[in-house]
Design a protein around this ligand. Structure first.
Ligand SMILES: [Zn+2]
Length: 308
């Protein structure tokens, strides 16, 4: 959280006509007013949006590839407007009588101005995406087929990719979403979101989730209420569960030793959905957890309470 009130600089005594004449002799502490005002405005806005008096808390905004844009809308309709970004429907929540679009920014987004589309008004709302360079992680795998799959493996991967894409594109009008998420497994974060990945010297897709290391068999818990929309054993992801939390918010749990839910099942926050394992492409037991909004994988840390 941005701190306020501490943004002061010491400067030489102000000129005689300066109205801040009551300052002690020698130096005058002046606030960097604009920054302070901006901070107060932002904190005010955040307080307004995340106050417990409102129906839903929001993820933290991070205007970078793999981040989230939180955009209050100038739309007065009673029902939520249909918002699209890159032709994907966007999560809309109501915070203090204001409709707010919560947009996932894909990792491959170019910095610059981007727009969401409000279908009802045929209007666009711009937002800025800033550059972010994610670090590179080099990983060595002894199972070479996990880096360079055979022709047969590639056929399997292609089929699975279609199923995985389907799960991520899932939309339900359900407004059950309750944030912040709880951490699905207690353990140390062993790999952060967004890292560029090089396996055995070959560049592969960036890390689209958060890894949490934990012993095999550690229960994996639903971070919030949801519905199981897909389970399976996938080439890279191993045993996997997808949860739908409504309005395009989909989470994925990978490398499980066991799946303890079935497709179509409703789960509540804290329910066991599986157990930590090391199935699929791994170097050790851990949970890979992805969070997706409007089919964009975003940093799960933005959905957790601060400090978790
Ligand atoms: Zn991972």
């Amino acid at each position: 959280m941005r701190s306020i009130g501490t943004t002061y600089i010491s400067v030489n005594r102000a000129p005689a006509d300066d109205v801040r004449g009551q300052a002690p002799a020698g130096t005058t502490k002046i606030a960097i007013r604009q920054r302070l005002l901006k901070s107060i405005f932002l904190i005010g806005l955040l307080t307004l949006l995340v106050s417990p008096a409102f129906a839903v808390e929001l993820p933290r905004e991070s205007l970078v590839p793999g981040g989230v844009a939180v955009l209050p809308l100038d739309y007065r309709g009673k029902n939520p407007p249909h918002i699209y970004y890159l032709d994907k429907r966007v999560l809309v929540v109501k915070a203090n009588k204001t409709w707010v679009a919560v947009v996932g920014i894909p990792l491959n987004t170019q910095p610059g101005t981007h727009n969401i589309e409000v279908r009802e008004d045929r209007a666009t709302v711009p937002f800025e995406v800033h550059d972010k360079t994610y670090e590179t992680q080099r990983i060595t795998l002894t199972d070479k087929r996990m880096v360079e799959p055979s022709k047969k493996d590639l056929k399997r991967i292609e089929k699975e990719t279609a199923r995985i894409d389907d799960a991520y594109s899932h939309w339900s009008d359900d407004d059950r979403l309750e944030l912040p998420f709880h951490l699905p497994v207690s353990g140390a974060e062993s790999s952060t979101f967004g890292l560029r990945r090089v396996f055995n010297g070959l560049a592969r897709a960036p890390h689209s989730g958060m890894d949490i290391a934990a012993p095999i068999g550690t229960p994996v818990l639903a971070p919030s209420d949801g519905k199981v929309i897909n389970t399976g054993n996938y080439y890279f992801n191993g045993n996997t569960v997808f949860l739908d939390h409504g309005q395009g918010v989909v989470t994925m749990y990978c490398h499980l030793s066991e799946i303890r839910v079935h497709e179509g099942q409703t789960v509540h926050r804290g329910d066991v959905i599986g157990a930590v394992g090391m199935t699929g492409r791994v170097t050790g037991p851990h949970l890979h957890w992805s969070v997706s909004l409007n089919d964009a994988r975003v940093d799960p840390a933005l959905f957790l309470p601060i400090g978790e």
